[in-house]
Design a protein around this ligand. Structure first.
Ligand SMILES: Cc1cc2nc3c(=O)[nH]c(=O)nc-3n(C[C@H](O)[C@H](O)[C@H](O)COP(=O)(O)OP(=O)(O)OC[C@H]3O[C@@H](n4cnc5c(N)ncnc54)[C@H](O)[C@@H]3O)c2cc1C
Length: 285
């Protein structure tokens, strides 16, 4: 099936885009977390969201969730790993799933983790973001896993069940991953090494360890890896007033397009992006 659109991200921007596509009867897929946005849920007190006084981020998230349910919106709980042009459409890879869509709205928030030097150039050549998709390639081999949150530990555990050896780099406190073939690294990985393929990882001390692959388990994918031909400006997606990017049919909204990082901006841009997609689709018919 070819979707009219895919909305990537379930924060305020993605929700606003999905809501408007739904109201306009579009056939779209909404991909992200069923918990909507961790970031959006963190605000202790929000005073600048029109119409709602002194609410917390958690309360706002809950209201978004209730409205999404009432509107019949469903979330496909996956992480999109890559987007590639496919004729006039786009192909999305999310976990082991593949989706084809005519338009895309990127509402991915800001990437919290910096990309490691060497990472973007080696995606698909030993660097992976998806344990389920690529884990099998490293059966009996040695890998590094850089993991930025405890909730991805089960993916690292899955990889440890396949690989001969795992150098585990947790970027959070109190990691619980263990196993005979798991080495918990106290030093940070600072670079992914390799020319044609991944050959190793460089540590902060300058020491290099040899690995066959590197898995980066994060709650967002670096833009340069997600959609390499996407134009960016200082780490944000470059857009015009229609929230259009440099790629036909690809729009962006929310924190991923730049400052100020605010709920109201995110929902406003999500709304504009949805209407731009509707106009884009109409123009193609
Ligand atoms: C502590 C704190 C307090 C704040 N207080 C305020 C405030 O008082 N007022 C205010 O206006 N703003 C506040 N903000 C900012 C506000 O939370 C953000 O501006 C808002 O959440 C941005 O929404 P967004 O949809 O653009 O991105 P996000 O909320 O970051 O949502 C992006 C979503 O996309 C998902 N995602 C990313 N990549 C992928 C992928 N490849 N595949 C699938 N899903 C993906 C993420 O997991 C996330 O769920 C605060 C933020 C924080 C952290």
């Amino acid at each position: 099936m070819v979707y009219d659109a895919a909305v990537i991200g379930t924060g305020p921007a993605g929700f606003s885009a999905a809501l408007n596509l739904k109201i306009h009867g579009k056939n779209f897929i909404w991909i992200g977390s069923k918990n909507l946005s961790e970031k959006a849920g963190k605000a202790e007190r929000i005073d600048n969201y029109p119409g709602l006084s002194h609410i917390t981020g958690k309360e706002l998230n809950e209201m978004f969730g209730a409205q999404a349910e009432a509107m019949g919106l469903t979330i496909t709980e996956q992480m999109v790993n890559s987007i590639a042009p496919m004729g006039a459409n786009y192909a999305l890879m999310a976990g082991s799933e593949f989706y084809e869509t005519r338009a895309v709205i990127l509402a991915t928030g800001t990437a919290r983790t910096a990309v490691l030097p060497g990472e973007s150039a080696l995606v698909g050549k030993g660097v992976s973001y998806c344990a389920t998709c690529d884990g099998g390639l490293y059966r009996g081999r040695t890998i590094a896993v850089v993991c930025n949150a405890a909730r991805f530990e089960h993916e690292a555990e899955f990889l440890a069940g396949l690989a001969a050896g795992v150098y585990y780099f947790p970027l959070y406190k109190d990691p619980a991953l263990s196993g005979e073939n798991v080495e918990l690294m106290e030093e940070r990985a600072v670079e992914i090494l390799g020319e044609e393929r991944v050959s190793g990882v460089k540590l902060k001390s300058g020491r290099e360890i040899a690995v066959d692959g590197v898995f980066c388990l994060r709650d967002s994918v670096a833009l340069a890896s997600l959609l390499p031909s996407l134009e960016t400006e200082e780490g944000h997606i470059a857009v015009d007033r229609e929230m259009a990017t440099n790629l036909p049919g690809v729009y962006a909204a929310g924190d991923c397009t730049g400052r100020p990082y605010q709920y109201a901006k995110a929902v406003g841009e999500g709304n504009v992006a949805a209407h731009s997609v509707i106009a884009y689709l109409a123009g193609k018919e």
